[in-house]
Design a protein around this ligand. Structure first.
Ligand SMILES: [Fe+2]
Length: 481
């Protein structure tokens, strides 16, 4: 069943100036659908119970300026698994920007390459908060978050109905970046906010009742472009990395970034409810980090596993803003481990693998506690960002397990879905949207997390294409209201 928003444009209007992120696998879809009783190849395990949700950019209108893949309006695609059956739904996130543009029937903002806004509701908001980046389940709803720090747009996990910007009963006085973390054991949400003007970073905690219980300013030497954070049982880890905002551009309200390899990468460890000046900075080799995996305490040390980008510079042959964007998106990241000694201040760091993997996931119920397993997307050497397989890392033994999607088949961030009644860290499944270019068909593959190489235990065929996108999450059936 499909409904088309009346003001969207035909598909052939999208391919603007040969931008590959508006075409083919990335082309936005114009329909919001609800489809039950999907065809399954194989058998869906009866103990796979929950919802797989994935966010991503899906512009409502053909862009008015040069389009960056990060610019599109957030759209969530979800597959509900219950009693061996699957249903699909997709909805745009009704952000303020989406609604404003929908009302006038045309784009009011351009994007990060040439920020410009026509009559925006807030004159300082040169960029549209699209909520297109991340999804975080907290209390009884999913929050769609934005990588440049924005409002926390709440969604119903089953209907995908937009519930509006969540200000946590009026207790959140700032914005929230993508990649907030939930500690399921305490019921707390840990978050950060950052931006081009002082304070350049804030860090906060929202308690299990849904109210902000802690919020502090973090002193940084200037505007930074952090993308993620991490948390242990007692500490949070914030990042000051040498991919810095260009000061002149920041004064004009633009987000232009440059990598400065003369600066160290700094990791700030702060007690979960610590004051801003209690943060302890650890200096490491310059790098950039999009995504952390997990962190935990080990004696005097804080251990942090993540995917580390060694040199986040555009390739030398990249000419023009579009080429720069494309080459920045050619992620080259490796699984990496830091150890920060809280007693001596020493840092040890090193790679755990040399393959190019990113968009890592883990068993979210174990966030902040020691984990062994990480699941990361393997980045294909294609010119645009494509995932050709999933790698399961066992960081205790060094072993790996892999699933390749197959020729012309491209996956999506694959959250860990605990089996109902799970008894161990990897007792469950991985779920991933896969688009098959050969058949021009999208599906969801379900893999046994304990045996990726065995191939999918089931594949759910989808009634519509799911464009490639960003982050995903899994909401267990027992978490749903
Ligand atoms: Fe991200």
């Amino acid at each position: 069943m499909a409904s088309t928003l009346d003001q969207t444009l035909p598909a052939d209007a999208w391919e603007v100036a040969g931008n590959p992120y508006l075409a083919g696998l990335y082309a936005p879809v114009g329909e919001e659908r609800t489809d039950d009783g999907l065809e399954v190849i194989g058998e869906l395990p009866p103990d796979l119970d929950g919802v797989y949700l994935r966010n991503g950019p899906n512009p409502q209108f053909a862009p008015s300026g040069r389009y960056h893949w990060f610019d599109g309006d957030g759209m969530v695609h979800a597959v509900r698994f219950h009693e061996g059956r699957a249903s699909y739904r997709n909805r745009w996130v009704r952000t303020r920007g989406f609604v404003d543009e929908h009302t006038v029937g045309r784009p009011l903002w351009s994007g990060v390459i040439e920020p410009r806004a026509d009559n925006p509701p807030d004159e300082h908001l040169r960029l549209k908060d699209t909520a297109n980046t991340d999804l975080v389940w907290f209390r009884d709803r999913v929050h769609a978050l934005w990588y440049l720090s924005g409002e926390a747009y709440a969604l119903d996990a089953l209907s995908l109905e937009s519930l509006g910007a969540d200000d946590f009963a009026g207790t959140l006085p700032c914005r929230m970046s993508a990649h907030a973390k939930v500690d399921e054991r305490t019921g707390e949400l840990l978050f950060f906010d950052y931006g081009p003007v002082r304070p350049y970073m804030r860090y906060g905690v929202i308690g299990p009742t849904g109210l902000v219980t802690h919020l502090v300013e973090i002193d940084l030497p200037g505007p930074r472009m952090p993308h993620d954070m991490a948390a242990t049982e007692h500490h949070s880890i914030l990042m000051d990395l040498p991919l810095v905002a260009d000061m002149e551009a920041a004064r004009q309200g633009r987000h232009k970034i440059v990598f400065d390899p003369s600066l160290a990468a700094r990791f700030g460890v702060i007690p979960r409810r610590g004051a801003g000046d209690e943060i302890r900075w650890f200096e490491a080799e310059p790098c950039y980090v999009y995504h952390s995996i997990n962190a935990w305490e080990d004696g005097d040390e804080v251990v942090l596993d993540l995917c580390r980008v060694n040199k986040p510079a555009p390739r030398a042959d990249a000419a023009g803003p579009l080429a720069r964007m494309l080459s920045y998106l050619r992620l080259d990241a490796q699984l990496y481990r830091y150890r920060f000694n809280m007693r001596t201040g020493a840092v040890s760091e090193g790679p755990l693998d040399d393959d190019n993997t990113e968009f890592p996931t883990m068993n979210l119920a174990m966030l902040g506690r020691p984990t062994r397993f990480a699941y990361a997307m393997r980045i294909s050497p294609e010119p645009t960002l494509l995932f050709d397989g999933i790698v399961k890392y066992d960081t205790a033994s060094g072993a790996q397990d892999r699933h390749w999607f197959g020729p012309g088949r491209w996956g999506s961030e694959a959250p860990f879905a605990a089996r109902r009644g799970a008894t161990s860290e990897d007792d469950g499944y991985l779920v991933s949207f896969v688009h098959d270019e050969n058949l021009d068909r999208s599906e969801v593959v379900v893999l046994d997390a304990a045996d990726l190489a065995a191939g999918p235990v089931a594949r759910v065929l989808l009634p519509a294409r799911v464009p490639l996108g960003f982050h995903a999450t899994w909401v267990r059936g027992d978490q749903l209201p």
